[in-house]
Design a protein around this ligand. Structure first.
Ligand code: NAD
Length: 262
């Protein structure tokens, strides 16, 4: 008996990266999974099916849920993982870019929840995980639309959790730090950039998609039966930091300077 035997899940943006790792973990633990993505994954594990979906379209989200219900007769879990990045400061940020980021990262969460919640309710309750970002908890420089879109998802998660409680639907948010996927890898492709990033990650490394899947599937599982409305950072310790200067590093530099003077 596996923990997700008999369970049915939808994972948006499940064709690659964090979403694909969540799909792999769900099916490995017994679930049937509908992978909703713009593009078909290069391979699908047994137990998973693909549904070409643009999560920004209400008709696609509705069709997705209907597809899962038709295939397996129930829906237990929704993982709103599809997302896009965006770089730009407000004065230079095109209105279309802002709208696109909000359409994929924020509005699509609403559209998929709107379609899925009645089905999850009819199945006797379940769980939703919204993949937000630590950039929704605190701000980063020059990623205005992304930060705002993920911040909205975080507070939306809390209200969904309040509304879903009476129906036995738990809703939580996962906030990844820097994860090596197509989206995350660019930041650390260059060795100098990598060093710059590593200095700011207490665990001293980027995260792996499988590590996000571990947290997401914990939140879906009965092990998290008393967890709802929680916003969980999985970021190697980045958000444990106030952002103030690293005193240990400063002491080391001071000692080095002193040694070179002696
Ligand atoms: N990688 C990181 O460092 C990182 C950090 C924090 C948060 N996140 C979040 O994690 C989630 C997954 O990111 P990732 O790194 O795996 O990204 P990724 O770019 O590797 O994968 C994203 C997937 O979403 C799909 N997608 C994009 N727009 C879509 C649409 N309109 N409809 C359907 N599918 C769509 C893409 O086709 C792709 O398969 C995103 O929400 C992202 O914001 C990632």
């Amino acid at each position: 008996m596996q923990r997700f035997d008999g369970k049915v899940a939808i994972v948006t943006g499940g064709a690659r990266g964090i979403g694909a790792a969540i799909v792999a973990r769900l099916v490995a633990d017994g679930a049937k999974v509908l992978v909703a993505d713009l593009s078909e994954p290069t391979s699908l594990p047994a137990g998973a099916e693909f549904a070409r979906t643009d999560v920004t379209r209400a008709s696609d989200s509705a069709a997705l849920v209907a597809d899962a219900m038709q295939r397996w007769g129930r829906l237990d879990f929704l993982v709103n993982n599809a997302g896009i990045g965006s770089v730009g400061e407000t004065p230079d940020l095109a209105e279309e870019d802002w709208d696109r980021v909000f359409a994929v990262n924020t509005k699509a969460v609403y559209l998929c929840c709107k379609a899925a919640i009645p089905a999850i309710r009819r199945s006797g309750g379940g769980a939703i995980v919204n993949v937000a970002s630590i950039a929704g908890l605190f701000a980063d420089y020059a990623t205005d639309a992304y930060n705002a879109s993920k911040g909205a998802v975080i507070n939306y998660t809390r209200t969904l959790a309040l509304n879903g409680a009476a129906d036995g639907i738990r809703v939580n948010a996962l906030c990844p730090g820097l994860i090596e996927t197509e989206m995350g890898a660019g930041a650390v492709a260059d060795p100098i950039d990598r060093e710059f990033w590593m200095e700011r990650i207490p665990l001293g490394r980027t995260g792996r998609p499988e590590e996000m899947a571990g947290v997401a599937t914990f939140l879906l599982s009965d092990d998290a039966s008393y967890v709802t409305g929680a916003i969980i950072a999985a970021d190697g310790g980045v958000t444990a930091h106030t952002g103030q200067p690293n005193v240990r590093q400063r002491q080391r530099l001071r000692a080095l300077r002193q040694a070179s003077l002696n």
